[in-house]
Design a protein around this ligand. Structure first.
Ligand SMILES: [Zn+2]
Length: 505
């Protein structure tokens, strides 16, 4: 059974699936695992016939922890301030919205239907006021739980509430001193003293209390979270006790997911810049692939993402799943149907029929866009009525070639009259090929068969024989499968090119 169905099969009644991220930097494909895991479970729950609500909490009240390397030095002054109060690194608006916007755009493209809730608005609308009040009133009990589970000591006058200083704007430099509902009195390291109204976004609970408070306030029943939160003594451990002992509720069923690593570079982190952002990824890869990586792998397995040739293999694999789903493939995965259903993006599904690997080859053969489209049509792929989608895919393939393709995949078709050195023994083979070229049915298979026959008849090693053709066409000694490659070139042009080489090289 697919992991999401197995998880959903243990649930009953109405569900609220929650995910969340602190938008402190570009949201990378590692953190996409959080929301896509949630999305897949939410779909599995609905497929079981249970009502389900799917929410994404954007923790925009978290403070900026430090000035990350991608930020201007001026951001030093904003450290400690809630993200939604910090100006955007570019243009209008605030810091968290700046990083949230491209992420929302990605979600839309991945057909993730999620209710986005900004934490600051939960506070501003008073939705966390009751939880905050309870937490403050039972602060001594919470302190005991936190100290017991984490082994860290908290000060005697500790409050599970961090007011935002009305003087300096920081949320991590204040200390609550007294509570008289709805006001928390506080003092700040900057010298300011003031009162925060817990019914408004004047402050927030610390993460370890806020998490279970959100479960309580929003009725969360399922939560996907990274393994960092799952270790012994972690925030899930304390959260479980806080919701039970303080809020009289029940902890959500958790689904823990592992990291996504970038091949050769380790785990992705927003703060270190070791990442491929989700927006970047879907600019050079078909977006289904992002869903596919998450759907195919059990959340407990770590994933190593290779944006180079690994991506092409992944796309080929996805294509095999698709073919199997529609009844003519042979994928071994017994969950292939569900994996495909959780990966598919219906908007793109029917519109383009041109494989990515094929496109990567054709783009290099035909730098001119119109010729490229003609070549795609010639190769028997349906493009009618899907020009826009096709152009998007062409753009992705171009970008991938430019930024991520390994050199072994790149080539350039030589000009008709470009001089190359003809390898020893190649002349008779090329001559023979030219003689039979008119009789070949111009398809990958018959071109291959003819070339192969000529090479064999000459008693030459096949690999060497094939390399002669690449030398004339690209100057290299290998490339895409030769029959396929040549069938995508114009027969007349090959005649001209080969004749030139025999004469002038
Ligand atoms: Zn202050």
């Amino acid at each position: 059974m697919h992991w999401a169905d197995a998880f959903a099969s243990k649930l009953s009644g109405e569900q609220v699936v929650s995910t969340g991220i602190s938008p402190s930097g570009p949201i990378h494909i590692g953190s996409m695992r959080e929301i896509l895991t949630g999305d897949i479970i939410h779909r599995a729950i609905r497929d079981r016939g249970l009502p389900s609500r799917f929410i994404y909490l954007c923790d925009d009240m978290d403070p900026l922890r430090r000035r990350y390397s991608f930020l201007d030095p001026a951001y030093e002054n904003h450290v400690g301030m809630p993200l939604y109060t910090i100006p955007s690194p570019e243009g209008e608006g605030n810091y968290s919205d700046y990083f949230l916007a491209p992420f929302l755009d990605v979600l839309e493209k991945l057909e993730v239907n999620v209710e986005v809730i900004k934490t600051h608005s939960l506070y501003a609308k008073g939705k966390l006021a009751e939880a905050t009040r309870i937490a403050i009133e039972k602060r001594h009990l919470i302190r005991k739980i936190l100290e017991g589970v984490t082994g860290r000591e908290l000060p005697d006058n500790w409050y599970p509430y961090n007011p935002i200083c009305a003087g300096c704007g920081r949320v991590n430099t204040t200390r609550a001193t007294a509570f008289d509902y709805p006001f928390v009195e506080y003092e700040c390291r900057c010298g300011y003293r003031g009162k925060a109204d817990i019914r408004k976004d004047h402050g927030k609970m610390p993460w370890r209390v806020e998490w279970p408070a959100k479960w309580f306030a929003l009725g969360v029943t399922v939560e996907s979270y990274g393994k960092d939160h799952a270790a012994a003594g972690s925030s899930y451990d304390t959260g479980k006790r806080i919701i039970r002992e303080i809020f009289n509720g029940r902890a959500p069923d958790g689904i823990v997911y592992e990291h996504i690593y970038l091949k050769g570079k380790g785990a992705m982190h927003s703060s270190t810049g070791n990442l491929i952002s989700a927006a970047e990824m879907i600019s050079f890869s078909p977006p289904e692939i992002l869903r596919f990586i998450i759907a195919k792998n059990n959340p407990s397995r770590h994933i190593v993402f290779d944006p180079g040739s690994g991506l092409l293999n992944l796309i080929d694999e996805f294509d095999r799943y698709r073919l199997s789903y529609f009844g003519n493939g042979s994928v071994k995965d017994e969950d292939f149907k569900r994996v495909y259903e959780f990966s598919r993006i219906r908007r793109y599904e029917s519109s383009i029929d041109v494989g990515f690997r094929h496109l990567v080859t054709l783009i290099q053969m035909y730098p001119n866009e119109d010729e490229l489209i003609r070549a795609i049509n010639r190769s028997g792929h349906r493009t009618e009525g899907s020009d826009a989608a096709l152009r998007v895919r062409i753009e992705s393939a171009r970008k991938w070639l430019e930024k991520y393709a390994p050199d072994s995949i790149k080539f350039r078709i030589l000009d008709t009259e470009e001089v190359v050195s003809l390898p020893e023994g190649s002349r008779p083979i090329i001559e023979k090929f030219l003689k039979s070229i008119e009789d070949i049915e111009w398809s990958a298979e018959s071109i291959h068969n003819t070339v192969y026959r000529i090479i064999k008849e000459s008693g030459m090693n096949a690999r060497t024989g094939f390399s002669f053709f690449y030398r004339l066409l690209t100057g290299g000694d290998g490339g895409p499968r030769l029959g396929y490659f040549m069938s995508n070139l114009d027969r007349e042009w090959i005649k001209e090119r080969f004749a030139f080489c025999l004469k002038k090289c």
